[in-house]
Write a protein that binds this ligand. Structure first.
Ligand SMILES: Nc1ncnc2c1ncn2[C@@H]1O[C@H](COP(=O)(O)OP(=O)(O)OP(=O)(O)O)[C@@H](O)[C@H]1O
Length: 246
């Protein structure tokens, strides 16, 4: 069953068109990862999906009644503001303490309810954001670089938790990540974005696609270095030269 359909989507800020004719879908229960260089429009795509950014063309269709949980890229809380995890989780939605506890448990941090937000480690903070996104039992979870600032074990543990969430709740996951080694092992499908969809498919297919290699290099494992993407192709044609990968 298709949960999200993005049709011919373009997003423009002033005179700059950031996304051109993006087409993609998210099916129930799948883990889809968006990869792409800085500034390639990944966050804009997620924001268009949740309705926070208005498309200049095209549309986003959501399954009727679809519940979305969103974990933003950054959330700054003033460290001098005294706010407990429980209060933070109940700020925007009328949820019970039991729902908070269940969500924290699902996010792998069952004991944080009474802690101050300002005292959490980076990893714990991200887990609380995840818990807050899970609280209404979403059909799909959107994660925007949710492991930014975490060390490698912390980030691996976070992605492990995401897989656990999917196993337990069956929710689909659409995430942005720069951690290519994790992406490649934990995703059902990868979408490589650079203002438009450069290529997409299973991790293995995308990793060997010339378009992907042009963006991320040909190395293996987690050591892929981002390097300049030679824009020697036409966005409408979406043709990349093989030489760019070499
Ligand atoms: N509200 C806005 N107004 C004007 N320009 C914006 C706005 N939001 C984003 N942009 C620009 O749009 C482009 C795409 O930004 P976006 O955040 O979608 O990229 P991204 O792929 O998520 O980048 P990163 O990997 O660095 O997070 C960037 O050049 C950014 O400066």
């Amino acid at each position: 069953m298709t949960l999200i359909t993005v049709e011919n989507l373009s997003v423009r800020y002033g005179a700059n068109t950031i996304l051109h004719n993006v087409e993609m879908t998210v099916e129930a229960g799948e883990i889809v990862t968006i990869v792409g260089p800085n500034g390639s429009g990944k966050t804009s795509l997620l924001r268009a999906i949740i309705g926070a950014t208005k498309p200049s063309a095209g549309r986003v269709m959501l399954k009727p009644g679809l519940k979305i949980g969103y974990v933003p890229q950054k959330l700054h809380i003033d460290p001098t503001l005294p706010i407990s995890v429980e209060r933070f989780m109940r700020l925007t939605d009328p949820v019970s303490r039991e729902q908070c506890v269940d969500a924290l448990e699902a996010a792998g941090v069952p004991d944080l309810l009474k802690r101050q937000m300002s005292q959490l480690s980076g990893g714990q903070f991200q887990r609380v954001l995840l818990a807050r996104a899970l609280i209404n039992r979403p059909d799909v979870l959107l994660l925007d670089e949710a492991t930014q600032g975490l060390d490698q074990p912390g980030s691996a543990a976070f992605y492990h938790q995401i897989e656990e969430v999917r196993r337990e709740t069956g929710c689909a996951i659409l995430m942005i990540s720069h951690e290519l080694h994790v992406v490649m092992s934990a995703s059902d499908r990868v979408i490589c974005l650079n203002g438009h969809v450069c290529c997409e498919g299973s991790p293995a297919v995308v990793a060997s696609a010339p378009e992907y290699r042009a963006l991320f290099g040909t190395g293996t494992g987690g050591a892929l270095a981002l390097y300049r993407h030679d824009h020697d192709h036409d966005h409408d044609q979406c043709e990349h030269s093989q030489e760019a990968a070499e």
